[in-house]
Design a protein around this ligand. Structure first.
Ligand SMILES: Cc1cc2nc3c(=O)[nH]c(=O)nc-3n(C[C@H](O)[C@H](O)[C@H](O)COP(=O)(O)OP(=O)(O)OC[C@H]3O[C@@H](n4cnc5c(N)ncnc54)[C@H](O)[C@@H]3O)c2cc1C
Length: 462
């Protein structure tokens, strides 16, 4: 849209939202673009609505002016979906950060979309309830972002991804229409399940403003173990055993390749909890109501696995501090992001194919960049791997690395995104994961709900 119109729109937005609700100039520039991009935010302006009705007004005005907008949550998404360019208006839900209601009887809560994940977890815990979505960015990411990306994280194995944790939601369409689907029921087949349109669609179809989330009884006793294994066959054997022995008590099963854990130890100058090195490291977490049972099951199972030659060594956390120490080895990303260039990946591969896939990626990368190192870990029980590639060459290009990492997926029927989404970073690869018909249907939905293409334009597909 032209400058004259833009000025009129900016004035209208400013008067609707007031000084706290509308940022331009230095107030905007002093913010980083996202957690992954430290450049000053370059949007035309940032709208910070405080209510759904204000979100609706902002979108209606932008729609009338054909002004493009980008929805911004916590900015922790690694695919640049929430990074507005200079000609777009950012809409941040950061002032819509209230937990409206916790209902232990119905096992649900009503939250505003700008609330951080950690706030929801803590508020649920204060009612002896659990909101089970959990991931390393818990303190910064928002419920709106979690919904829009269908976030996964470390407890998918037990509780599913965000899609399964949303009972209902409220969203504002690009023309300002408010669609309230604040269902609280576990079963509701009345008509189309419209909330699904806004889960995992990365803010391309509407702005999520509020949600009804599922809660679970809090399990007061947790056991966390770090385990050393000599091969990937043992990793899958242990997973089978853990599923069998722990049943629904098993909440996390995370794997780190040797190079990943050793880089963490090196970077933070930490001592390994083990005397020997191991090819793979697994974090197992169980949770339950009975502390004795929880403890006995994990120690007996690990002892059995040791005697059966499945595991080589194991440590069990004896305090919350030790537990945090184990999780830090998996969740802290600093060692992998400190030297540039470094390229991060989120892919999905059937679990049985993981060793062959990782080998192929490493071979491709070494052929391209002889000094490259690939750090691998993942939520492997969900078929999800994450890589950090350090090419060992300053001029190395992300596009070349994509070719090696995503290109290798085709042999194994994998996906270019298990949980982070497509954003702007992966959209060129979407055609190699989805069929032409699937993409055409996505476009039809986008055109139906956003005919002017003002909302997160170019995100997921052009
Ligand atoms: C240390 C670390 C660990 C992580 N671990 C995991 C993990 O285990 N699993 C996982 O899935 N992800 C993980 N992530 C990625 C990220 O945290 C998730 O994708 C998260 O769900 C993004 O939430 P956000 O609020 O930061 O969204 P943003 O990054 O701000 O936005 C993400 C997308 O959602 C859209 N959006 C945001 N809010 C709304 C809204 N209210 N309505 C409509 N659209 C909206 C944006 O436009 C953008 O397209 C991790 C990130 C970090 C930094």
């Amino acid at each position: 849209m032209g400058g004259g119109n833009a000025n009129g729109l900016l004035q209208a937005l400013s008067s609707v939202l007031g000084p706290c609700g509308f940022l331009t100039g230095e107030a905007l520039r002093s913010r980083a673009t996202s957690l992954w991009n430290s450049q000053p935010m370059s949007a035309l302006a940032m709208a910070r609505p405080k209510t759904t009705s204000e979100v609706s007004t902002v979108l209606r005005l932008c729609h009338e002016a054909s002004q493009q907008v980008v929805v911004v949550g916590g900015g922790t998404g690694p695919v640049a979906g929430a990074e507005p360019t200079g000609d777009r208006i950012a809409i941040s839900l950061e002032r819509m950060n209230q937990i409206e209601n916790i209902d232990p009887i119905n096992a649900s809560c009503v939250v505003q979309a700008g609330t951080s994940l950690q706030t929801v977890q803590e508020e649920a815990a204060s009612h002896l309830m659990l909101f089970p979505l959990d991931l390393g960015a818990r303190g910064s990411c928002t419920i709106g972002g979690n919904i829009s990306t269908n976030a996964g994280g470390i407890n998918v194995l037990r509780y599913g991804s965000m899609r399964g944790l949303v009972l209902g939601l409220e969203a504002v369409l690009p023309d300002g229409t408010i669609v309230s689907s604040m269902n609280k029921l576990l079963k509701n087949n009345a008509g189309f399940d419209l909330k699904q349109l806004f889960i995992g669609t990365e803010g391309t179809l509407g702005v999520v403003t509020r949600a009804v989330l599922r809660l679970f009884p809090q399990q007061p006793h947790r056991q966390t173990a770090l385990i050393g294994l000599r091969g990937f066959d043992q990793v899958t054997q242990l997973l089978q055993l853990a599923k069998l022995k722990f049943g629904t008590m098993l909440s996390a099963y995370e794997v780190m390749w040797q190079s990943y854990l050793e880089e963490q130890l090196r970077f933070f100058n930490r001592r390994s909890p083990f005397v020997d090195r191991h090819a793979f490291y697994v974090i197992i977490e169980t949770e339950g109501a009975d502390s004795k049972l929880n403890e006995t099951v994990i120690t007996d199972t690990l002892e059995f696995a040791f005697n059966e030659n499945i595991i080589t060594d194991a440590v069990i956390a004896k305090s919350e501090q030790e537990r945090r120490g184990i999780w830090d080895l998996r969740e802290t990303l600093e060692p992998f992001l400190s030297d540039k260039p470094s390229f991060g990946y989120d892919v999905g591969v059937p679990i049985g194919d993981m060793p062959a896939y990782v080998k192929l990626v490493e071979t491709n990368l070494t052929r391209r960049w002889p000094n490259s190192i690939c750090y691998t870990m993942g939520h492997i029980a969900d078929g999800n791997l994450h890589f950090f590639v350090k090419p060992g060459l300053k001029e190395a290009l992300r596009e070349d690395c994509d070719e090696d990492v995503y290109g290798a997926l085709e042999t194994f029927g994998g996906t270019i995104s298990a949980e982070h989404g497509i954003g702007y970073e992966k959209r060129d690869w979407l055609l190699r994961t989805c069929s032409t018909e699937e993409i055409a249907m996505m476009r039809s939905l986008k055109n139906a709900l956003d005919p002017k293409g003002i909302l997160n334009p170019g995100c997921v597909f052009e």
